[in-house]
Write a protein that binds this ligand. Structure first.
Ligand code: ZN
Length: 342
């Protein structure tokens, strides 16, 4: 039912590394089975995640001023208006919820995840992750009850500087919006069309088909199906967790959050071993009263291309052509990640 379409081809040139003998290099273009958007797969193995000097981020010259560090928080972070969060700010374990000083929409929160300024992946304990997600999703539930006019709910997370994150101190954004981005809206409308055509939920069919094919299916943990995406938005591959039976914030339970965190911990263990030091992640939740668009979590590693001139891992493809490019085949990524879910 779901068609995984790829076009494989090659480019031939006279290779200076082989005495200018003809050499052919293969590449692929894959078509996202839901949206029809394409992605280039090439440069296989040419980009390796770069090691970040975590201790270096404590150096005062590098650190600069951090509003999220405990000694500054009270004075420098905003408080919610009383009609939104009467407490002003909310705390859950180490996690602290505050309004975003640079809001994305009417209700825009930030969860400062830890007391520590620099947190390595190995130090994101289950409790730290659970406290942060629970606090942020609790905030989304509050604003959904207050204001039903913003149908889409998102958690977004930039971790460490290669991801574009402006602050090293771990933090996530939680917001409700009518404009959740082009990718989200394309997937939402394509999901509706798929459901109309096939009388079935795309995400449910995807989880089932990937599990049967077993090339990109990593594991199931509770309500979540972890897969290596056929089309990756990230240069170093993309991992998704699909929750076929969760459609909107109202369906998401604390047990689902536990399931998500349990899988995420395993992804982090894999990232540690693979030398990944930075990522972008999102949790996307559709509108109420529909059953065609399921909730999903998406995570992609980020890196500088090198530590000499800190070239970013995005280029004209993503910036101008809106075309993702990936140097890792999803099937290879799946094989590498799978043991961490055993
Ligand atoms: Zn800090």
């Amino acid at each position: 039912m779901i068609e995984f379409r790829k076009v494989e081809s090659e480019s031939t040139f006279l290779d200076p590394r082989k005495g200018f003998s003809p050499t052919s290099v293969r590449f692929q273009v894959r078509v996202d089975p839901l949206t029809g958007r394409t992605c280039h797969f090439s440069h296989f193995g040419a980009v390796k995640p770069q090691k970040l000097d975590l201790a270096g981020y404590h150096d005062p010259a590098v650190k600069g001023f951090c509003p999220f560090c405990a000694e500054h928080r009270e004075k420098t972070t905003p408080r919610f208006a009383p009609d939104v969060v009467p407490e002003g700010r909310l705390k859950n374990g180490e996690a602290l919820l505050i309004p975003n000083l640079f809001p994305y929409d009417i209700h825009s929160g930030v969860v400062v995840m830890t007391d520590d300024h620099v947190v390595a992946l190995k130090d994101f304990t289950r409790k730290r992750l659970n406290d942060a997600f629970s606090l942020g999703i609790g905030f989304l539930r509050r604003i959904a009850a207050l204001d039903g006019s913003l149908p889409y709910h998102l958690m977004t997370w930039n971790y460490m500087p290669p991801s574009g994150g402006g602050l090293v101190h771990p933090h996530q954004q939680y917001f409700a919006t009518a404009y959740p981005g082009n990718q989200f809206m394309d997937e939402l409308s394509a999901s509706r069309r798929f459901a109309e055509r096939h009388r079935q939920n795309y995400w449910y069919a995807l989880a089932r088909q990937e599990a049967a094919g077993n090339e990109r299916y990593i594991a199931r943990i509770g309500s979540g199906h972890w897969i290596s995406s056929f089309v990756s938005l990230g240069l170093l591959g993309e991992i998704m967790c699909i929750f076929p039976d969760i459609f909107s914030l109202q369906d998401l339970t604390d047990e689902d959050i536990d399931d998500l965190v349990s899988g995420l911990e395993r992804v982090f263990r894999y990232y540690e071993d693979a030398g990944v030091y930075s990522f972008n992640a999102s949790l996307c939740l559709g509108p109420r009263d529909q059953e065609h668009f399921s909730c999903y979590f998406r995570i992609v590693p980020r890196t500088f291309l090198n530590m000499r001139d800190f070239a970013p891992d995005l280029n004209f493809f993503q910036a101008i052509l809106s075309e993702p490019i990936c140097v890792v085949l999803p099937e290879d990524l799946c094989r590498e990640v799978k043991p961490y879910f055993k």
